[in-house]
Write a protein of this length. Structure first.
Ligand SMILES: *Cc1c(COP(=O)(O)O)cnc(C)c1O
Length: 388
């Protein structure tokens, strides 16, 4: 079996998650809106999932909206809050290193007359809290921030950023916590945010299941219309199995902290040292403020995509930027925002570990990754030398 080092793209679902989902699908398959026994059984399972997620986020169950994943939660948060707040203003703020779901939701809103300020980041991908408060105006409706970056693993100074956003009382704060959820405690009242998105499949739960926290009293316009499910905030018959899987994954991740993140960070550090020992390899993202499982580098004189292909042949599954941007020839918007020229950004390599990564996996990766980098680079340099 190949070694899986692409946990930022998705994670293998836990056996307990699969088991809980199979049980719901075979025994609680009713429509939760039906009033008969089958419906009540499904409703009970859905309520249980919602209460579990709410407990882990320290919020009220009525503040949890289940969605079809991270992207939908993000779209609902951003578009829902922007449209609901339009009478108050049309100014929105985000950052240059957001996931495509965030950036494209704002791109869509721009077509309808919203103005979007995109905050720059430093060399490590961090946003300056002073720049955030300076960007706010009387007409700012929403600020959307990322907690942990999917491409370079950088953790934003979130508490500081939120405090600066709060200098304007009327501004709503949304946090894309999709990459943070596997590793960090999401104590929503302490984070003091209004909206927060998570996705099941990034934390060993199911793909196609996400959740949006909506602070009580936050005006939000539904983006999917139909029935009155999810308190009129998200129409459609609920995916009870998905919600159950997400809830189980979140609970287990929380229960295992800080032991699992600490152990994974130790393995990551070993791999980091082995990879950075190769000449012409540079760490991207923040050296300390980064997700425990995340290693991202730039390899000089090499195309990251060729490295990914070569590593795949050697039995190591990893990626060159984000999974969503794979196949695109454009340089990563994240690395570009961090100040890397397109030429350097081409050499991006991302190795992301997870809970199930073993010592033996990393022993092997510590040998294979540096050797493969050297070999692919030697080939690329020889090829370049042959060109006139
Ligand atoms: C994966 C990811 C998303 C999108 O979540 P999906 O469930 O795949 O739609 C959003 N934000 C970040 C930071 C992510 O890593």
């Amino acid at each position: 079996m190949p070694i899986y080092l692409d946990h930022a793209a998705t994670t293998p679902p836990r056996p307990e998650v699969v088991e809980a989902m199979v049980s719901v699908m075979s025994e609680a398959w009713g429509n939760p809106s039906s009033t008969h026994a089958f419906g009540r059984r499904a409703r009970a399972a859905l309520d249980e999932a919602r209460e579990s997620v709410a407990r882990d986020l320290r919020v009220d169950p009525r503040e949890v909206v289940f969605t079809s994943g991270g992207s939908e939660a993000i779209n609902l948060a951003i578009k829902g809050a922007a449209w609901a707040g339009k009478a108050r203003g049309h100014h929105l703020v985000t950052t240059a290193v957001e996931h495509e779901a965030v950036l494209h939701a704002f791109g869509y809103l721009e077509k309808f007359g919203f103005e979007v300020t995109v905050l720059p980041v430093d060399r490590y991908g961090r946003v300056d809290p002073e720049a955030l408060s300076a960007a706010l105006t009387e007409r700012t409706v929403l600020v959307s921030l990322q907690y942990v970056n999917n491409e370079v693993g950088t953790v934003q100074p979130l508490a500081d950023l939120v405090r600066h956003a709060r200098t304007q009382r009327h501004v709503l704060v949304h946090v894309d916590a999709v990459q943070a959820a596997p590793w960090m405690d999401l104590d929503v009242p302490a984070l003091d945010v209004d909206l927060l998105s998570i996705a099941g499949h990034k934390l060993e739960g199911p793909r196609g299941a996400g959740a949006l926290y909506v602070r009580r009293g936050t005006a939000l316009l539904a983006q999917q219309h139909g029935g009155s499910q999810e308190r009129h905030r998200r129409a459609g018959t609920e995916d009870v199995a998905g919600a159950t899987g997400l809830a189980r994954a979140l609970r287990l991740a929380r229960r295992e902290r800080p032991a699992v993140p600490d152990r994974v960070a130790g393995l990551r550090d070993r791999l980091r040292d082995a990879v950075l020992a190769v000449p012409g390899v540079e760490l991207t993202g923040h050296p300390q403020h980064r997700a425990p499982g995340h290693l991202s580098v730039i390899v000089r004189d090499v195309d990251g995509q060729s490295l990914v292909v070569a590593l795949d042949l050697e039995g190591i599954a990893c990626s060159s930027g984000s999974a969503c941007a794979a196949g695109s020839t454009e340089p990563s918007h994240v690395l570009t925002a961090m100040g890397y020229p397109a030429e350097e950004a081409r050499g991006a390599l991302r190795l992301t570990l997870g809970r199930t990564t073993t010592e033996a996996d990393i022993d092997l990766a510590c040998r294979i990754v540096p050797a493969t980098i050297e070999r692919v680079r030697a080939g690329a340099v020889a090829l370049a030398a042959r060109d006139p």
